[in-house]
Structures are given as structure tokens and as C-alpha cells.
Ligand binder design. Structure first.
Ligand code: SF4
Length: 218
């Protein structure tokens, strides 16, 4: 029998526990990181965040008041830095204009927030869900390509897609925001440490419940 989503959560929790994901000190830093992490590794994001902080840029207000060309020099390590600089500046400006600060934004409904965020240039579903869940404490679930890979290999969902995974997770885990946050964090660690392009199944904490492992073990 295939593992359920809550079953996978429990297996991962036994191994990883509380991950504390997303790695950020403030709501503003989550939003900044959600743009910077597009198409790059988290280690490159960390370098860009370090450079921003070194230059006194920590908040959406700081970003909105900077010329995009200058911001681009600080985030060079994250790749696509001219595009990301424009996206960050635009997003920060729009949030500040409409809500003033993220604390005020967080009291809006999910539907209103989705209607606000999704039309903004550079905000796709994954970025939006990361902002909703980690910056605004809403019960969204951020699905990335690693999540889809893990769901497909373990056999939890046949032919998983971004939307089928999101819906299935919300159906099983409900609106439990701390759980949704930690689940994504544990999946990040599982993909990074075990379920890589070439998986390290023999050491994986969920191998005994994984369809891929069962089908391929010698
Ligand atoms: S057993 Fe292998 S394929 Fe399955 S989740 Fe672990 S690393 Fe991925």
C-alpha cells in the first residue's frame, strides 16, 4: 500500500524533526528570499542576502528606495540579477503602496492575497505560495520540482503535478500552518540529502515505504 501524505510527514518528522524552514529572520527577508531563490541554489541566495545586509538593505522599504541598478549589484550572486532586481523593486513597491507593511498584509484573506500577488510580474505559483505560507502565515503549500520528484518516486501520487500535490497536501494536512511549513522544509532536506537526481536510496529514511526503492532494490 502506498504511503499517505501524513504517513510521509510522520516518517520525515522522525528523521528530521523541526526544520525551522524558511531560513529567514523577518517576514521581509522571506519575501526577498522567495524572489532571489528563483532558478538558483539556496547557497547563492545566502550570498546575495549577506551582501544586501552588508550594505544596509534588509527591508522592503530599503529595496523600494534603492535604484534597481544598485540593488542588482548586491544580488549578483543569485543569478539573473537585473531581472530579480526589477522584480524585487516592483514587488516591494506594490506591497508598500497597498498594505504599508507585511504585518498588515497578513490579516487579509487568502483569496484577496492571491488576487493581489499572482498578477505581479515574476510571481508564479511557487513564489506566491512561499510568500503566503512563510511571510504571511497562510495555509498555502509551496510545491517545487523536488517535491514533485519525491511524490512521484515514493508513489504517493501518480503523475504528480504542482496542483495535484498542493491539493492533496492541503486535503491531508488541512490548514495546519506550522505543519505545512515544516513539511516543505523536510522535503527540501530529503531532496538535498537523499532524493537527488541520482537517489541515495540505501540511506534514505523513507525507503521502506517508497515505490521507487521497492521496484529498484537488488
Ligand atoms: S527511497 Fe530513494 S527514491 Fe525513495 S524517497 Fe528515498 S531517495 Fe527518493
Amino acid at each position: 500500500m502506498n504511503l499517505s501524505i501524513s504517513g510521509l510527514y510522520n516518517k520525515l518528522y522522525e528523521y528530521f524533526g523541526e526544520t525551522g524552514w524558511w531560513p529567514a529572520e523577518t517576514r521581509d527577508e522571506v519575501v526577498i528570499g522567495a524572489i532571489l531563490t528563483q532558478n538558483t541554489s539556496w547557497s547563492n541566495v545566502e550570498k546575495a542576502l549577506f551582501e544586501m545586509k552588508r550594505n544596509g538593505v534588509r527591508t522592503l522599504e530599503d529595496i523600494a528606495s534603492l535604484p534597481v541598478e544598485q540593488l542588482a549589484t548586491y544580488i549578483r550572486s543569485s543569478g539573473f540579477y537585473n531581472q530579480k532586481s526589477r522584480r524585487l523593486h516592483n514587488l516591494a513597491t506594490k506591497i508598500l503602496e497597498k498594505y504599508g507593511k507585511l504585518d498588515f498584509m497578513s490579516v487579509e484573506s487568502m483569496t484577496d492575497l492571491e488576487n493581489f500577488l499572482l498578477p505581479i510580474n515574476g510571481i508564479g505559483q511557487e513564489t506566491m505560495d512561499s510568500v503566503l505560507l512563510y511571510a504571511l502565515d497562510k495555509p498555502a503549500f509551496a510545491v517545487d520540482k523536488y517535491t514533485i520528484r519525491i511524490f512521484g518516486r515514493t508513489g504517493i501520487i501518480d503523475d504528480p503535478t504542482l496542483y495535484s500535490v498542493k491539493n492533496a497536501v492541503n486535503k491531508d494536512l488541512g490548514n495546519d500552518v506550522p505543519m505545512l511549513k515544516n513539511f516543505h522544509g523536510m522535503l527540501v532536506y530529503l531532496a538535498k540529502d537523499f532524493c537527488k537526481t541520482k537517489p541515495k536510496c540505501d540511506e534514505c529514511p523513507v525507503r521502506n515505504d517508497c515505490a521507487y526503492y521497492k521496484a529498484n532494490r537488488k
